[in-house]
Design a protein around this ligand. Structure first.
Ligand code: C2E
Ligand code: MG
Ligand code: MG
Ligand code: MG
Length: 266
């Protein structure tokens, strides 16, 4: 009897696993089709100078609107894009689209997120060079955002790529600083132009002494290294006032502006 039950449970698991694998295949297929079907678009979130309040640039955030699935969050599809290798084609699309759309907005930076796999691919800097040439986007207005996780896989490869990007005249930003595989040595070894403090430290920074201590420390680090610091995920006036009082350089977050499609930004 117990044995028969066991087999039943096993069959149940097998069916569940099969269903999961099927869903995953369908999701991946939809993701592959998303590019040709034009289901991706970029939302732009403003970044502002704390001192002047002026917009200094925009972060381009990838959006996927599927006819049946609706809006799918990057957190749900970027990992699948990475595992399936689709991230290279999607990442190239993001870069090209951001440069094309933002060229009309004079003098402002556009920040593009790139994944670890892109940083480690053979000729990522070549792609950046080609897109800059093709779109005539001014290189000094392009910023490439990388997380620390993107740097640890192959240190030499990552360093080479970042140096090549900088040689083109573009900037490189460390995203989500303080999370993941953070290491202060990364700031010393990689040629960053800017540090973004992760929003987990910014959340309720005015009420939370741990967050406040970490934010102050990162701001001190930025000053010492001569790198501007941008705080992400600023949602309240209180958080903003804290960052202002601590002389944070730039801010980004719902309090300053939500990510919006180009038509609403311009
Ligand atoms: P990220 O680069 O750290 O981007 C910031 C995320 O915080 C965005 O989420 C943004 O919408 C959200 N955000 C902005 N202000 C606030 C705020 O005040 N409060 C809160 N709670 N959230 C805020 P999103 O757009 O869902 O993107 C999530 C992550 O997906 C990004 O984190 C980035 O790592 C990745 N991602 C987005 N677009 C791309 C892309 O084109 N390529 C790659 N490789 N990754 C991307
Ligand atoms: Mg980012
Ligand atoms: Mg970030
Ligand atoms: Mg973040």
């Amino acid at each position: 009897q117990a044995k028969a039950d066991g087999r039943g449970v096993y069959r149940f698991f097998q069916a569940a696993m099969g269903e999961k694998a099927r869903e995953r295949r369908l999701f991946e297929r939809d993701l592959r089709l998303a590019l040709e079907r034009n289901e991706f678009y970029l939302a732009y979130q403003p970044q502002k100078s704390v001192r002047t309040g002026a917009v200094t640039g925009f972060e381009a955030l990838l959006r996927w609107r599927h006819p049946l699935r609706g809006e799918v969050a990057p957190a749900d599809f970027i990992p699948i894009a990475e595992e399936s290798g689709l991230i290279h084609a999607i990442g190239a699309w993001v870069l090209r689209c951001a440069c094309r759309e933002m060229i009309a907005i004079n003098d402002l930076r556009v920040a593009v997120n790139v994944s670890a796999l892109q940083i480690h691919s053979a000729n990522f800097a070549g792609l950046v060079r080609d897109v800059l040439a093709e779109t005539r986007f001014p290189p000094d207005r392009l910023e490439i955002e990388v997380t620390e996780t993107a740097l640890i896989r192959d240190f030499d490869r990552a360093l080479t790529t970042l140096r090549q990007i900088k040689a083109l005249g573009a900037q490189v930003t460390m995203d989500d600083f303080g999370t993941g595989y953070s290491s202060l040595s990364h700031l010393k070894m990689f040629p960053f132009d800017r540090i973004k403090i992760d929003r987990s430290f910014v959340r309720a920074v005015d009420q939370n002494y741990q967050g406040a201590a970490i934010v102050r420390a990162v701001l001190g680090l930025g000053r010492g290294l001569g790198l501007p610091v941008l705080a992400e995920g600023v949602e309240t006036a209180e958080e903003f006032n804290f960052l202002d009082a601590e002389a944070c350089d730039e801010v980004q977050g719902y309090f300053l502006g939500r990510p919006e499609p180009l038509a609403l930004v311009t």
